[in-house]
Design a protein around this ligand. Sequence first.
Ligand code: ACO
Length: 702
Amino acid sequence: MDDVLTGLLRPKSIAVVGASATPGKIGHTVVKNLIESGYEGGIYPINPSVDEILGLKVYKSILDVPGQVEAATITVPAKFVLDIVKECGEKGVKGIIVITSGFSEVGEKELEEEIVRVANSYGMRVLGPNVVGTLSNSDKLNASFAPFLPLNGSASLVSQSGALLIAIDAITYTRRIGFDKLVSIGNMSDVNFADMIAWLNEDKNTNCISLYIEGLKNGRRFIDESAKVSKPIVVLKAGVSEHGAAAAASHTGSLAGAQKIYGAAFQQAGTIQATDLSDLFDCTLALSLEPPMTGENLLVITNGGGVGVLATDAAEKEGVPLKFAPEAVQEELKKHMPSFGSAKNPVDMTGMAGNEWYHDTTKFAFAHDWVDGLVVLYCETAITNPMEIAQSIHKAISETGITDKPVTVSFVGGERSDEAMQWLVENGIPAYNAPDLAVRAMGVLREYARLQALKKEPITNDHIVDQKTAREIISKARKDNRTGMTEVESKMIFKAYGLPTVDTRLATSEDEAVKFAEEMGYPVVLKIVSPDILHKSDAGGVKVNIKDVASVRETYNTILKNARNYKADADVHGIVVQEMAPWGTETIIGSVNDPTFGATVMFGLGGIFVEVLKDVTFRVAPISEKEASIMLDEIRGAPILEGVRGEEPRDKKALAEVLTKYAFMITDLADEIAESDANPVLVYEEGRGVKVVDARIILKKK
Ligand code: ACO
């Protein structure tokens, strides 16, 4: 465990630099909070002109404090912070919590960087600036100006927004969902989300990590650290507008956006994405109390048909669709319901269900091997007592002794149901006030299990790659001061990374075009190659289905003439002669270099699917072959690859392999490639492979 971060977040002693005797001031509130939270370490208020605050001796400087000080909160105006940081360094403080605002968030980036540089030079870490502080129930530590410690629980939350952290602090009591630690991370000048994830993974009082993120500074490190942790992570990402998409140069660039790329990255990091603040609490509750759902079989038990139907709909939406339980299971379940009940799934015990039926059905179902996850629903009836039903469910679960299978509960009713659910939560069973929320929680536990399994998939690239050739082609373009690579150059690079491009050769004379066409065999395609003509078809620069020598000669000259008419001074490299690939299912593969995550890979169906429906999916590169297969399955048009209207299924295995190799290529050349497209990539019947018909690479501006 990082000893310095432990000193910052679980200090044995703490100074409050800028402590004030004036109630209402932040420097006063922090001292008051430290005392009121019951903190047992040394509290050292620092203020040159005050002797005592709330009964504590005040020191003129941190250097006057006798003995060690592990952490210091800073609540003096921004212009004084740097001097204080130096004093903290001299004192041997491990970490500083800079509550003060007025740094990079208002353009004062240099001052902020200087603070971090000085702090790090003393071996100190900086939380903030622009933070509320840090709170820990297990340390009885409220080193913040948030009003009180949160309701005690086993999750910990890190928030980029201070105001939201304060709000969450209060909500923990109204939602009755507890946290051990709340950490405000502010401007993240030094300590960032990746640091916090790594540290909380080692923290014995945290079993679920919840994050409120507005933006990441180093996306790749976030993915790497998240992928390493053994605890569940829930993320609420704010600010998901499609920024930057319009300015992109390539097709892929125009389809990318913060939401898609962040979404992909969170998935690859193995984190659960909350949809809103309320969902952040719901997911945290499930993941902090329950194990992942490792199989597909979800059983729902209910006393009401309506809530059962709502749960059924939610199960479909959450990716855990209900299946009928096997006959033997149904036979046993029928013993605990009237003849007009249903033992299918949902198991409807009817409104007659009382404590005993709830107990027996829950116990049998939870213990049965077929059941991978259980949702128990209850509608408050006049013949039952919600608290007794809750206790029956809890007793049944405990009696099975099973701890590696999840259960969630929903009671729909009034105050008595709320009280019963609160009792369930306090006794370790997540309970929600709507059936779809209990099912959503189970869907999240299933998703967590899937993501965990995916993390274990190796990302390998064992095929032969000719990096030298690829780099030489790029150097040549760089020498010509070009960022746009020609089709032939792009394809040569693709080929160097083992991608199946159609045979494409650059002819600089009519005779050479004929020679290439004869070698390839007819029909062929002829296309103009000029960095000045990007839209080749518009310029009359593309002719397909050329079937003999005479047509090659004639077309060669026609294309040159068209190009000159289109742009008289165009720099024409020649004309490509290209093998005419048989038509297959059109797909598109592409990449953009994201400022936060680096190289990303996109997949979608081509033609109208990409143009109109924007039916594409992204990942941060590189990816495993398993991840590539998931990408093929998650687009809306996925069934087309399975073969529709009597067509044979497409070669998805070859397509996944191409996607993996392509992702490796853009990762390997991430220092050079800004954007790239392979469009179309034609996919043939199973066993017949894939062909990259057109390829485009745009280099980074240097
Ligand atoms: N060493 C010790 N104490 C000092 C020093 C020093 N070198 N210099 C000044 N002080 C004392 C001051 O004398 C004062 O004490 P006093 O009340 O006895 O006079 C105390 O430190 C505070 O200084 P002030 O000048 O009174 O500053 P004030 O309290 O008005 O503001 C603050 C300081 C709170 C840090 C302010 O600059 C600030 O940044 N506020 C925003 C903080 C914030 O919101 N952060 C979280 C963002 S997230 C969210 O929005 C919830």
